[in-house]
Design a protein around this ligand. Sequence first.
Ligand code: GDP
Length: 462
Amino acid sequence: MRQPLSRELSNLLERGRDRQLRLAVTGLSQAGKTAFLTSLVNQLRHAGIEARLDLLPAAREGRLLGAQRLNQPDLGVPRFPYDPGMAALRDTPPRWPEPTRGISELRLQLRYRPARSGWLTPEIAHLTLDLFDYPGEWLLDLPLLQHDFYSWSQAQAMHEGEQRRGLFSEWLTAVASLDPASEADEAQLAALAEEYAQGLLRAKQAGFSDLQPGRFLLPGELEGAPVLQFFPLPQLSASKEALEALPANSLYATLAARFRYYQQQVVKPFYRDHFRRFDRQIVLVDVLGALNAGPERFEDLSRALRQLMHSFDYGKRSLLTRLFAPRIDRLAIAATKADHVTPDQHGHVIQLLEALLAEPLKDLRFANVPVKALSLASIRATEAREVTHEGKRSPALRGTTLEGEDVLVYPGDVPARLPSADFWQQQGFDFPGFRPMQSHSEALDHIRMDAAIDWLIGDKLT
Ligand code: GDP
């Protein structure tokens, strides 16, 4: 039987329309990317049934009908491990999903009923959503592209913080005795590069974020490759001209050649083959974790974020615009794990995030990139309660620690501005890590995931 004319037309129209969106999730490790993407896929799959997505009009109005996984188009990119993540969350006791360590991808097809009905509007429409997850550490390498080995070494001359220098003390002593003109010794370079990478990892574990080169922390498929066997020379005393005149087999020239290779073969291809093709992006930030970790790490996070955000600054003269033409047309920046504080503090979390990113946000708005700051919990692990003490009611959180202890806590007040010295002295901020809650529904419990989804894809579901 022939289809009615209007149906044929609307199918045609459907095929002609751009119904594809590439959405990327990033953040420094531990920011909550894996949890976010697991929750995002879960919410979309259960939209219209169990998911609570009231802040997303298409879901609230009952027009979002659900999502189906499709095979991804990029065969060279690993698939995002959604099923293992859900299995961990459904385990007894529930566990957090194993974090991803490189780039991964998942393709969803969303079914929805368009808001406007009309002659040419199809009854049911589809949106193909390609989701990507990649380490924010990789973006810390963008500034590395504007350096040569000499200027990079100078820029890396150890940061001021005493704690941080302490984490590199052996490496610092070892490189101080190196002669840039001596013949390169492969084994020594490999050992020192390994020591440098270990220093970066120790710094990472201690909560520091401003760490380069990014692939030393998350090498992915480059683990053990010679391209990662270099390090800066922070105490160069000879002039740049003299150093650059050294023979190709010298220590200096060898390190410089590896640095160039890293720039050309590792950093640039990521921007060219992936970053440039994302349409929308969400950057996750563990502001509360940094607040919990103390002033030096908070300051370090702030420096790392300023650097990371350069990748989204498309001002005419930005490095990135000169290299490639990125096309991200919408950006979200989200403070994660909002369930670590009581609901009355959520407003402050956004204000603190905006204060932390004041400069990059100003630049982005100036460059006319639509950007929104949010606070959310991808997978809620606590319940908000009230406790009464001596007749006074105050907010509290109930949850189970990672060690399995049920606790009722008040983590503290979140400052609405960048914390002053006073704040750190009278530090009233402390919370434990929580275990995910046992879920009784197919859809994961969250805080404001729907607001994030609305900002990132809501306009495509009208
Ligand atoms: P990634 O390294 O950026 O992928 O970070 P993950 O998604 O693995 O998250 C790191 C850790 O943060 C998890 O193991 C959890 O302990 C915690 N976490 C992530 N999301 C949430 C959340 O929504 N609520 C709470 N309470 N903890 C979270």
